[in-house]
Design a protein around this ligand. Structure first.
Ligand code: ATP
Ligand code: MG
Length: 289
């Protein structure tokens, strides 16, 4: 169906589905129920959502069946499709790691030499081995990679590791990381040639970037004794110069600043020690830098 809308491919059902929809809703897209349909039109934006298996997304975007897509970097690099990675999205973070039977865990890449490694990511693993000049045998297995060593099919595995529970149940221990992944927005290489769709992509990217930077930032407000102002300002990892406001109490000033979220707990003790009081931290909904 060609209606001129930008076609965005999403994972139908899986680890990336909910977070992808959540991100798009934060970007102001009005998305209704999406569970059972292959395609959904967004009411207030020139985008159609296509719900697919994640493995198919890079190729569909490469071939222009979809114009853009949200998928894990692990799938993007494994599939080796000819697409553009337009933005990292900060969710769906995971690691592709080497794991081995408890009594024989490799400590460094060179320990993989001469071993047989089972994985569902043969392309990423082979590239890693080639870059590290290691000669190993790679066996591709599509699911339940963790049982390969006990079946005697492989010495080691290379797989996505989260909590490590599955590994433990199979008497395996994680070793080192081969690839780190997060969800990314990918686009078709020729999309620039369609001016209207390309404009929608750029608008969507602007919205996504503003949502992501807002999520990573917080608005900090506090009162500070005038005499300690320089000290407090030195402590604030502010994105821009902090705002200083006068108070009715002439001994103090109000200081406002946008700071990276993860910094707050690191500086709070020093701020208090410098006499800061009435410290408030607010979430930011959107941020256009
Ligand atoms: P599909 O049915 O669409 O093929 P799938 O079973 O192949 O789904 P999921 O398990 O839903 O895929 O994982 C989708 C993506 O989520 C992976 O490609 C990876 O980028 C990311 N991912 C996988 N495991 C984890 C994890 N433990 N924590 C966070 N993200 C993960
Ligand atoms: Mg899949």
């Amino acid at each position: 169906m060609e209606n001129g809308n930008l076609k965005l491919a999403l994972q139908k059902k899986g680890r990336l589905s909910d977070r992808s929809i959540e991100l798009l809703k934060h970007c102001g897209l009005d998305i209704e129920t999406y569970s059972e349909r292959l395609m959904v039109t967004v009411r207030n934006y020139n985008v159609d959502l296509l719900f697919l298996r994640d493995d198919d997304i890079p190729e569909y975007v490469q071939d222009g069946v979809a114009d853009i897509g949200i998928v894990g970097e692990d799938v993007v690099y494994e599939k080796q499709s000819d697409i553009i990675v337009s933005e990292k999205l900060g969710f769906g973070r995971c690691r592709l790691m080497i794991a081995a039977p408890n009594d024989n865990v490799p400590e460094e890449p060179s320990d993989l030499k001469g071993k047989t490694i089972a994985t569902s990511y043969p392309n990423i693993l082979k590239k890693y081995l080639a870059e590290n000049k290691i000669d190993s045998k790679v066996i591709e297995i599509s699911g339940s990679v963790e049982i390969a060593p006990s079946l005697g099919v492989a010495d080691l595995i290379c797989d996505i590791v989260s909590t490590g529970t599955t590994l433990m149940m199979n008497k395996l221990k994680k070793s080192f990381t081969v690839f780190e992944s997060e969800a990314v927005l990918i686009s078709n290489k020729w999309l620039q040639e369609d001016k209207e769709k390309y404009a929608v992509l750029n608008d969507l990217l602007l919205r996504i970037r503003s949502v992501l930077s807002a999520k990573n930032s917080k608005y900090l407000m506090m009162n500070v004794p005038k005499k300690n102002l320089d000290k407090v300002i030195g402590l604030i990892p502010s994105l821009k110069s902090p705002t200083i406001l006068h108070l009715a109490d002439e001994e103090s000033l109000a200081v406002h600043a946008v700071i990276p979220s993860e910094q707050f707990w690191k500086i709070i003790g020093d701020l208090k020690a410098a006499g800061a009081s009435g410290i408030l931290l607010f979430p930011i909904e959107n941020m256009i830098i």
